[in-house]
Ligand binder design. Structure first.
Ligand SMILES: [Zn+2]
Length: 442
């Protein structure tokens, strides 16, 4: 048997041109490609016991059914599936019900902290992990030999070990180092591109504002956290260059990337995105709901209508860059970031971040719902900003955004609390009540 790395190299070479070319397809050709891939996926997915059962439930298991139905419309007869459900399904979620030695895998942790592993056949891994990412970076102007720095959730002892790092092309820097130290390492390496969580970049920017060396880069790529408008401006101002936010999950890999015109293009040739409203039906364009994704190219562990737990919208507008792929609206945060208030109403985290956007001198913040009717905001002030005045403005802005009766407390801090993989959760509600959990688990 050929090694999986040889298979990976083969598919990287074989699919490289077609994957790059898919960015330039017109709308009809792109739709045709994704529909054809969806049909093939659904036929093959019946080899996994979990999906065979889902196909039966959706009424699509009889012979010929998939040839007749209209796709992607017919996908809506599938009940969406959550990470929790896939985890409980175990090997039933896999092709032929077992792990193959030829597969690749990646591990993620849920909000519960329980690890979850997704498997990919070599061709899917080549496309999702490498080719789709590379074409988006190239479209942003990145060149093959550019020096790249990644602020990564690794321990300092694990820096510098990979092949590309030893070749001097890549520098991985632990986000667990003090921000001033990260700034000094970045300044010394002088990367063309930096990849990082927004919160890590904001901390480095503040360190540079103090007395750490200045860091410049031509291109910044952010992902992994909600990128607020203020954070975007502050990062662009601190590092110069262009900023592109990438949206994806560790299970699906990259779902959408931001072009130079500022739109988030869905990688529609490899993922099919739907937005579900609170009633479980597909939301109209422009309306926010839960982002549900079908990965069109992975055969090892088919993800069909996979609930990302993120909230966002799809747009019908076309981007001025000319690319025909569908556009994703603002990704406003995790489904789990929606606040449930004492009167039973819910509040999108987006409304709270929007309320705080216009406030100047607010470097970073984190809003935690401590009780049903009490939110506490940790505030990092920009240098030279009057902290007390800043706190008063935040309280006033949130009072306007929140229903009467919800109290607001603020605290000035030097650094925000980081969660799993060094991520900062900007809005953190109380854990859901049982009723809401059931409603969203439908
Ligand atoms: Zn564009």
């Amino acid at each position: 048997m050929i090694s999986r790395h040889a298979a990976l190299a083969y598919w990287l070479a074989r699919d490289s041109r077609a994957t790059a070319h898919a960015l330039d397809l017109d709308a009809a050709s792109l739709r045709a490609l994704s529909t054809q891939r969806l049909r093939t996926l659904l036929v093959d997915a019946q080899r996994s016991p979990l999906n065979a059962a889902r196909m039966r439930d959706a009424g699509l298991s009889r012979p010929g059914a998939l040839r007749e139905v209209e796709l992607p419309l017919a996908l809506q007869t599938f009940a969406p599936v959550s990470k929790q459900e896939l985890r409980s399904a175990g090997s039933a979620a896999l092709r032929d019900g077992r792990i193959s030695a030829s597969w690749f895998s990646s591990r993620s942790s849920g909000s519960s902290g329980e690890p979850f592993r997704v498997y990919y056949n070599a061709r899917a891994w080549a496309m999702l992990k490498y080719l789709v990412k590379m074409r988006a970076r190239r479209a942003m102007g990145m060149r093959l030999l550019d020096r790249v720095a990644i602020l990564d959730a690794i321990e300092p002892g694990d820096e510098g070990h990979s092949l590309l790092e030893r070749a001097g092309r890549l520098r991985r820097i632990s986000v667990f180092r003090p921000p001033a130290e990260i700034a000094a390492m970045l300044a010394a390496y002088a990367p063309v591109e930096i990849y990082a969580l927004p919160s890590a970049l904001l901390e480095v920017a503040r360190a540079c504002d103090a007395d750490a060396p200045r860091v410049r880069a031509q291109r910044i790529f952010t992902s992994g956290e909600l990128l607020t408008g203020t954070a975007r401006q502050a990062i662009a101002a601190a590092f110069g260059g262009t900023l592109s936010d990438i949206y994806g999950t560790s299970e699906t890999k990259e779902i959408a990337w931001e072009c130079t015109a500022g739109s988030r293009h869905v990688n529609a040739d490899v993922v099919h995105v739907e937005i579900l409203g609170d009633d479980g039906a597909c939301a109209p364009a422009g309306v926010e709901g839960e982002i549900v994704v079908t990965v069109l190219v992975n055969r090892a562990m088919p993800l069909i209508r996979y609930r990302t737990g993120d909230r966002g919208s799809l747009l019908t507008t076309r981007c001025e860059c000319g690319r025909a792929s569908p556009l994703l609206g603002v990704v406003s945060g995790r489904e789990a970031d929606v606040l449930e208030l004492s009167d039973g109403s819910t509040l999108s985290p987006y409304l709270l971040t929007m309320a705080l956007e216009p406030i100047t001198g607010l470097a970073q913040y984190q809003l935690v719902q401590v009780e049903r009717d009490l939110v506490r905001v940790s505030v990092v002030a920009e240098r030279g900003r009057d902290g007390a005045a800043l706190e008063r403005e935040i309280v006033a802005a949130l009072r306007r955004a929140l229903p009467a009766g919800v109290r607001v407390e603020t605290a000035l801090v030097d650094r925000l609390t980081h969660g799993a993989r060094a991520k900062v959760r900007v809005v953190q509600p109380l854990p859901r009540s049982g009723a809401r959990e059931l409603a969203t688990a439908r």
